[in-house]
Design a protein around this ligand. Structure first.
Ligand SMILES: NC(=O)c1ccc[n+]([C@@H]2O[C@H](COP(=O)([O-])OP(=O)(O)OC[C@H]3O[C@@H](n4cnc5c(N)ncnc54)[C@H](O)[C@@H]3O)[C@@H](O)[C@H]2O)c1
Length: 388
């Protein structure tokens, strides 16, 4: 049995996404399971180094996860030296959105394969430029599009492939939850403060419309136009150091997307909404033959044949228990972490040339939808989404 080690620079890994989803639940989890088994003769094994600006934070991460990974996780604050080391084939970035371009350019010059968090940039022109930098540099590249591998969305895809929905008419996406402002006693905010400052790359639309773009493109059809209303409902919050700051980015977006196959997708995204639904993200999909409510992990369905027939009468309590008329799709498979699944695919792409279509060019489509959504809001009109 040959073990092919793949050197990976994990940059910006002390942050929320870097630590939880990429280091712990992806790379460490892959190491812990003994690598990615390709065949009886070959296994791919990540060989990571943690890079960033703070040696003490990186060391704390290494101390926390080395035992679980089954190997000491090295650290470095000297990114240039790591990039110069041919042992490392992949450069991964989960640092701040505005830092990403500089890191990617350096890593492409060093001929590393590029994998990074979304969004790749905050403007379409910059996202396309970065895709071009990777392509001209001749390096393999990919962007995180994790939601595609969530169990709920995979169950939806299976039902769609089975023809469960008939003709899909519309999709209602409800995303969000209450993000604490940080003002209450002992109630710190649960998301980093940069998300609420446009000048630091924050904002609901640039964050979430990137996700909605690849979810819609992959599950429902091509987006051809957007109408969007953005809002900054809460204009002051408290940051990580207890200081008040002005919120300069949109914290909610009410957007309608028209697809070229006629499906209407409406997504409400908000960090100022209290949850009374099945999950933090739900997509209600209505088709002529059946409907689904898709959560992150679960999916509930109602067939045309079991659809109740309500009659409008506000003078009596509702006699139908609507929730009871839905069936949960069973977990017929073990579902792994969505980020880890995409990591394993990227490792196979780099080591074995396996296909991988979630490139920086694909990621740029998400940035495009975000930018055009903001334009629609500013100009108070529908905006066409040209093919990229
Ligand atoms: N795929 C998803 O679902 C998802 C979810 C949330 C965030 N994100 C994206 O992930 C990225 C990080 O978000 P987060 O929520 O983890 O933020 P975060 O603030 O928790 O983490 C950012 C990290 O980058 C580091 N960093 C900043 N500047 C740096 C520099 N110059 N050099 C090295 N490190 C630097 C910070 O120290 C921190 O560790 C963002 O681009 C965000 O859009 C993706």
């Amino acid at each position: 049995m040959a073990i092919k080690r793949i050197g990976i620079i994990l940059n910006g890994v002390t942050g929320r996404m870097g630590t939880n989803q990429h280091l712990h639940r992806s790379i460490v989890a892959i190491m812990k399971q003994g690598g990615v088994k390709i065949s009886d003769d070959l296994t791919l094994m990540p060989d990571p180094i943690l890079t960033g600006r703070s040696a003490s934070k990186l060391q704390a991460l290494s101390d926390r996860f080395s035992a679980e990974a089954g190997a000491k996780l090295p650290i470095s604050t000297d990114l240039d030296a790591c990039l110069a080391d041919p042992k490392y084939e992949i450069f991964f970035d989960a640092s701040g959105t505005l830092q990403r371009a500089g890191f990617i350019e350096k890593a492409v010059k060093a001929k590393k394969a590029i994998y990074c968090e979304k969004p790749t940039a905050v403007t379409t022109s910059e996202a396309i430029r970065l895709a071009g930098v990777c392509e001209q540099g001749g390096v393999k590249n990919g962007v995180v599009q994790d939601k595609l591998w969530l169990p709920g969305l995979r169950k939806f895809q299976m039902l769609k492939d089975q023809g469960f929905f008939g003709r899909i008419l519309s999709v209602r996406g409800e995303f969000g939850y209450w993000v604490f402002e940080g003002t209450g006693f002992d109630l710190p905010a649960q998301r980093p403060s940069w998300n609420y400052r446009a000048e630091d790359g924050g904002g609901m639309i640039i964050d979430m419309h990137c996700h909605w773009r690849y979810v819609i493109d992959n599950l429902f059809g091509n987006v051809k136009a957007v109408s969007c209303l953005a809002a900054t409902h809460i204009d002051e919050r408290v940051d990580e150091s207890g200081k008040r700051y002005k919120c300069t980015a949109d914290d909610s977006a009410y957007a309608t997307f028209m697809l070229d196959n006629g499906i209407v997708c409406h997504f409400n995204s908000s960090w100022n909404v209290r949850v009374r639904r099945d999950d933090l993200l739900t997509l209600q999909v209505d088709g002529t033959k059946g409907s689904a409510v898709v959560g992150l992990r679960k999916c509930w369905i109602q067939h045309a044949g079991s659809t109740p027939k309500p009659v409008w009468n506000p003078d009596i309590d509702q006699p139908i228990n609507f929730n009871a008329g839905w069936q949960e799709v069973p977990d017929n498979l073990p579902y792994d972490n969505a980020f880890k699944i995409q990591w394993e695919m990227f490792l196979k792409h780099v080591a074995l040339d396996a296909p991988f279509r979630w490139t920086l060019r694909e990621g740029a489509k998400g940035v495009q939808l975000a930018e055009l959504s903001l334009q629609s809001h500013r100009e108070r009109r529908w905006v066409d989404v040209p093919a990229l």
